[in-house]
Design a protein around this ligand. Structure first.
Ligand code: GDP
Ligand code: MG
Length: 441
């Protein structure tokens, strides 16, 4: 009998890494403690922190698996032989298994006995190749991260080339079937055609991302942690590399050729759904690019203020028109011109004080203010003409003489954007920074 209450771990105790459940974000610093739970045959699991040494490693390689129990031991044997020779004690292999019916995760745990550098995560709720890879990276301790298929279709030897390229300065090194030394072994014409077709499609939809590598469909690559850290990833389907290229900070890319091997055991999980997912993923990344650009260039807050000020202008315009025309009996056109000008003046004052305050503060003096007012006036008057034209266009051509007020609302919306943009670029221009010496009054 012992008086020590802390259980002493023996090699026979097997721990699974708890899958993270938060957002798919890889931390910029390596995880030092990952939650694990003890696997006890009767299902009484014990939670705790452990299974990891408290220091960062050089390299973490994720092996996503689904029904790969035959392949996994062979792969682990080959990888450890290679990596033990190249970077002994500086790496880990993280098997991420989606609760395979063939119990690949159990096979992984058995391997940890002989290979302490192997760690296993068994995911029960979440599924899918790409998210499995990211979950693995999230708990990784390495400064360099990688992924390799478990089915021996990615020759392990090439890993050393990829790793060397990242250590030599690349942010990302991709195993490629389409560079020297690369290829596919026994693919049918149809399969080659589909693979190349998918690549061409990618080039058409997302040239700046897909065009950066010769094999964008590759699932075999190594990258610097910093290249993908701290951004939320939204992978879809199989193509995790697209996500890394599309959302990561990847400057230097290198490639190493490899020949895609035939499977000898297990089966591929690729179905038609993966092709649909792929196209969807491309489109999502594309919209991220263009929307991101618009969002970066478009000052949303200033636009909101501008629209609010515009609304106050409409009310003032109405009130003055009512006062002059109905109240004082002045002719309609003359009343309207005065009303519009009062509204423009109102809008200018608020935009100068509030909407574009930071810019007007840097362009001091009454002269500069007057210049801004003149420009604003011209743009608003042009906007008024545009408003009438657009209103007529929508009313007559688009709606076919129905919905006059809806047409006007649309016209006002479009002209507001137009007015805002022109005023931003011309009246309250950032580049027109005042020279402090010219202000000595
Ligand atoms: N964790 C996890 N791994 C998967 C999933 N689908 C495929 N894999 C693994 O990802 C790798 C590549 O899958 P595979 O079906 O061979 O794709 P293919 O080589 O393109 O035909 C293999 O190691 C699979 O076991 C999945 O849903 N979850
Ligand atoms: Mg495969």
């Amino acid at each position: 009998m012992t008086y020590f209450s802390n259980p002493v771990e023996t090699p026979s105790q097997q721990r699974l890494i708890e899958p993270p459940t938060d957002k798919l974000v890889v931390p910029s610093r390596a995880t030092m403690h990952r939650e694990t739970h003890l696997v006890i045959p009767h299902g009484h699991e014990q939670h705790g922190y452990g299974g990891a040494s408290p220091r960062a490693l050089l390299f973490s390689l994720v092996i996503p698996t689904f029904n790969e129990q035959e392949n996994l031991p062979v792969l682990v044997q080959q990888l450890t032989t290679l990596l033990d020779a190249a970077i002994p004690h500086q790496y880990e292999l993280i098997v991420v298994d989606d609760d395979s019916p063939d119990q690949t995760w159990q096979r992984g745990l058995e391997l940890t006995q002989m290979f302490p550098q192997v760690h296993v995560m068994r995911r029960v709720g979440e599924k899918g190749l790409s998210s499995a890879v990211i979950r693995g990276w999230q708990v990784a301790q390495g400064e360099i991260l990688g992924v390799i298929d478990a089915d021996l279709q990615h020759p392990p030897k090439v890993l050393l080339d990829l790793l060397a390229k990242v250590r030599d300065g690349a942010d990302l090194a991709v195993g490629s079937r389409h560079v020297e030394g690369g290829g596919v072994s026994e693919w049918s014409i149809v399969r080659r055609f589909l693979s190349r077709g998918a690549q061409v499609l990618g080039l058409l939809i997302l040239p700046h991302v897909v065009g950066r590598v010769s094999d964008p469909m590759s699932g075999y690559f190594v990258c610097r942690r910093a290249a993908i850290a701290d951004v939320e990833l939204h992978p879809q389907g199989y193509k995790i590399l697209l996500e890394v290229l599309g959302r990561g900070t990847v400057d230097v890319i290198d490639e190493a050729g490899y020949v895609f091997q035939e499977r000898t055991a297990g089966a591929s999980k690729v179905t038609w759904k993966q092709y649909i997912d792929y196209i969807h993923h491309l489109l999502r990344l594309r919209s991220l690019g263009s929307m991101g650009k618009i969002r970066r260039n478009f000052p949303v807050k200033a636009f909101f203020r501008f629209a609010l000020v515009g609304l106050s202008g409409v009310l003032i315009d109405m009130a003055v028109l009512y006062l002059l025309h109905t109240g004082l009996g002045l002719p309609l056109t003359r009343s309207k011109i005065v009303a519009a000008e009062v509204a423009i003046l109102n809008n200018f004052v608020w935009n100068d004080l509030w909407t574009f305050a930071t810019i007007s503060r840097s362009q001091k003096g009454w002269g500069a203010k007057f210049k801004r007012f003149l420009k604003f006036n011209m743009i608003c008057l042009a906007g008024l003409v545009l408003n009438v034209l657009v209103l007529n266009l929508i009313y007559n051509v688009v709606f076919g003489q129905k919905w006059a007020y809806l047409a006007n609302l649309l016209a006002i919306g479009l002209v507001t954007i137009w007015n805002f943009w022109l005023n931003l670029k011309l009246s309250w221009r950032v580049t027109q920074v005042d020279d402090p010496r010219s202000q000595g009054h």
